[in-house]
Design a protein. Structure first.
Length: 197
């Protein structure tokens, strides 16, 4: 028992030292905001693109399964109406999704959303994998998102490397992906879009 506790504590400290920020909202907070987008189950890859370099700056995944959530690995976005368990945010209404996209889209960054209809089983599996993944260290947004996607049927060829843009290109090559690019002229300092403590 003591050995298991020591192993658990060392793993937890390892996560923290790597920059992962574990968070765990209470189930009652999550139950209060559960929502699902109407229509079929979908996966939407979100990629933030640096307009100056053209490089990918961040990867995230919107999962519309039994509920709609945002997997935002190593992300900085938060909202009190979207409780978080590690890097998975709940209560993603259309308005909340708009707030999330607006936070990332600004003068120097566009946001690309690639939406793909999937079976209910695939969406449920993605939701389960994201729920179990844990807090993600900084710089590993594309790695963790790719790892989740690769475990789903028909996504085995998706890369799990450090490049959000490479992940976006591979996801975009899948059949029937709907792509939308968001642009904004907001200043690069987006801290004002986060709620004040």
């Amino acid at each position: 028992m003591i050995f298991r506790l020591l192993v658990f504590m060392s793993l937890l400290l390892g996560l923290v030292s790597c920059g992962a920020e574990p968070k765990w909202s209470e189930q009652s907070e999550i139950d209060r905001v559960v929502t699902r987008a109407p229509g079929p189950a979908t996966l939407s890859l979100v990629t933030v693109i640096n307009n100056k370099s053209g490089a990918g700056a961040h990867s995230a995944l919107v999962i519309n399964a039994s509920q709609r959530v945002v997997w935002d690995p190593a992300g900085t976005w938060w909202n009190p109406n979207a409780p978080e368990r590690n890097d998975l945010h709940f209560g993603i209404t259309d308005k909340m999704l708009g707030i999330y996209i607006d936070y990332h889209t600004r003068e120097s960054f566009d946001t690309v959303v690639q939406k793909l209809e999937v079976s209910a089983e695939v969406a449920a599996r993605a939701f389960a994998l994201a729920s179990a993944y844990g807090a993600v260290p900084k710089t590993q947004c594309a790695v963790s998102t790719g790892r989740i996607l690769r475990q789903l049927p028909d996504f085995a060829e998706i890369p799990a490397g450090y490049s959000p843009k490479r992940l976006m290109q591979a996801f975009g090559a899948l059949p029937n992906v709907e792509t939308r690019r968001f642009e904004d002229i907001d200043a690069d300092d987006n801290s004002g879009l986060l709620p004040q403590n």
